[in-house]
Design a binder for this molecule. Sequence first.
Ligand code: MN3
Length: 235
Amino acid sequence: MKNRRHGVVRIAALMCAVCALLAHSPVGFISLLPLRYRFDALEPVMDRETVSVHHDKHHATYVANINKVLDDDHPSLLELQAGAIEAGPVVRNNAGGVYNHNLFWLEMSPQGSGGTPSPALVAAIDASFGSFDEFKQKFAAAAAGRFGSGWVWLIVKDGSLHLTSTANQDNPLMHGVDAVEGIPILTIDVWEHAYYLKYQNRRPEYVAAWWDLVNWNQVNSWYDAALKGTAPSGE
Ligand code: MN3
C-alpha cells in the first residue's frame, strides 16, 4: 500500500513536472527576432563582430529579461510600449530594448539593397526639415548630442515628421517619455555597443556611414502606416 501510494505520488510529481515544462514553453513568449542577413552582410559599415555581439548578446539579453516577467497571455511587444514607463524599470528597459532593436535590425539591409526614400517621404522630409541634407545634419546633431546611451528617432506626429531622441531604451511610443511622443519610422542606436569595436569614440563617423545601411523599402512602408496611425509591430 505504501509503495503503491509512493508510485502514485511519483506519477503525479512527474505529471506536474510535465505541466511545468508546458507552462514554461516558449509558446506565447517574445522571441529574439532573427536577422534577415548574415552577421557580415552589413560590412564594411557595421562589422561582423559588432552585429554578432549586438544581436546575440545585447539584444538577446533584453529578450530573456522581458520574458522573465511576462505571463503567457501577455500583451504584444507593441502593446507593451505605451505603458512601459508606468510599469517600472524592468518592462521599460527590456520591452523597450527588444522593440527598439527589432526596429533597428529590420530597418537595415546590406549596402545597395535598401532602395530609396519614397516620393511621399522625401516630400515630408523637405516640408519638416527643409531638405534631405538638412534632415541628415539635424539627425547627426541629435545623435552627437545624445549624452550617454540612447536612440535618435524620426517620428510621425499629427501627420508630420519630427526628430527626437531618447535615453537608454526609451522610445517615442512610451507615454510620459522625455522626448517628443509619436510613431517611430526610423531610428539609430547610439549606445557604444552599436559602434565601439569599429569606430571607438567616433560616434559621428558611425552615424554618417550608417545611412548606407538604411532599408528605405521598410521605412517607406512604416511611414505609410504611421500616417494612418499604425506603429511598426516590431515583429
Ligand atoms: Mn543596442
